[in-house]
Design a protein around this ligand. Structure first.
Ligand code: ADP
Ligand code: F6P
Length: 320
């Protein structure tokens, strides 16, 4: 291969820039040029292309977001859109593509490979950490730490005023952020979409805590499980405790990546470029523990990644 392309697509994630840097410098080291496309698949359709030389990725490792920007692209969902993307890639001499993004973006990459035989390698980039085939996705660690900082701050004021705080974190379909930040922040309860919950039981638990002298508590709820405002209303009505709620929203997705996400991004980006150039296609790279691994996208996208139920039990045990 003489030239590969790289995009970031779907929701941005801190550490994507480290991933781009990994792709670019590993490819250049092997004598392969790199084209970046802005705005994910949309940029391929619109020929928004930039030459990524070594200097282009200088100083980006500290930055959250993605220097290539990102987008969600409807036309690419249709076969005609993907056919146009292939034509455009080829017209720029791009012979393979690294896609950094979540499961939607990786599904798009899989289609380029399966429908057109176009060489792709995916890098899991998503704060949700819901992608199979890797223990960690780029961005998750930073998002958890952002949520944790907010939880710690809220705990101070919850303690002082002896209040209940319900904090809503991201996660439309899963509770990875909620569970990890909840455990790390010593939450009294964590509510996630994957596991049925009883608000009455949570209220009972809070009354018991109150009787033992614990006068403040933090409840973490993943956005896909319930709205924090509704939970707060239920708790106030049911227990009479003073309660407040907070929705953390997109602050969880921004900010300078943690050391973990920088190292993960750069390792996975470089590994993806090397696999692509070496002729391993239709894969996603990831980590198994600390070891780099690669799995077929067909496997990654047909396997569900589930939360560890032991962690949820641990939240309950720790709240006692
Ligand atoms: P994420 O990658 O963060 O999961 P999305 O699910 O929004 O984000 O997907 C990002 C983009 O990937 C979509 O806007 C679309 O261009 C492409 N994509 C997602 N799903 C598919 C699909 N089933 N077929 C083709 N392209 C897809
Ligand atoms: O997939 C990442 C994510 O941040 C989810 O946790 C969240 O539900 C969603 O994206 C929000 O999407 P948007 O930025 O389009 O509102």
């Amino acid at each position: 291969m003489n030239r590969i392309g790289v995009i970031t697509s779907g929701g941005d994630a801190p550490g994507m820039n480290a991933g781009i840097r990994g792709v670019v410098r590993a490819a250049l080291g092997r004598g392969v040029s790199v084209s970046g496309f802005f705005h994910g698949y949309q940029g391929i359709l619109d020929n928004e292309i930039v030459e990524l030389d070594s200097a282009a990725v200088g100083g980006v490792i500290t930055r959250g977001g993605t220097i290539l920007r990102t987008a969600r692209c409807k036309p690419f969902m249709l076969p005609e859109g993907r056919a146009k993307a292939i034509d455009n890639l080829k017209s720029h001499g791009v012979e393979g593509l690294v896609v950094i993004g979540g499961d939607g973006s990786l599904t798009g990459a899989r289609k380029l490979w399966e429908e057109f035989g176009f060489p792709v390698v995916g890098v899991p980039g998503s704060i949700d950490n819901d992608i199979s085939g890797t223990d960690m996705s780029v961005g998750f660690d930073t998002a958890v730490n952002a949520a944790l900082e907010a939880i710690d701050r809220v705990r101070d004021t919850a303690y002082s005023h002896e209040r209940v705080f319900v904090i809503e974190v991201m996660g439309r379909h899963n509770g990875f952020i909620a569970l990890e930040a909840g455990l790390a922040g010593g939450a009294e309860a964590v509510i996630i979409p994957e596991v049925p919950y009883s608000l009455l039981e949570i209220c009972d638990g809070m009354r018991a805590m109150h009787e033992r002298g614990k006068r403040s508590s933090i409840i973490i709820v993943a956005e896909g499980a319930a709205r924090a405002a509704d939970i707060k209303d239920f708790i106030s009505r049911n227990t009479g405790f003073e309660a407040r709620y907070l929705v953390l929203g997109h602050m969880q997705r921004g900010g300078s990546p943690t050391a973990f996400d920088r190292v993960l991004g750069v390792r996975l980006g470089a590994y993806a470029a090397n696999r692509l150039i070496s002729g391993f296609h239709g894969e996603m790279v990831g980590v198994d523990g600390t070891k780099l691994v690669a799995h077929p996208l067909s496997y990654v996208l047909s396997t569900e990644r589930t939360v560890d139920p032991e962690k949820l039990l641990l939240v309950e045990v720790m709240a006692k």
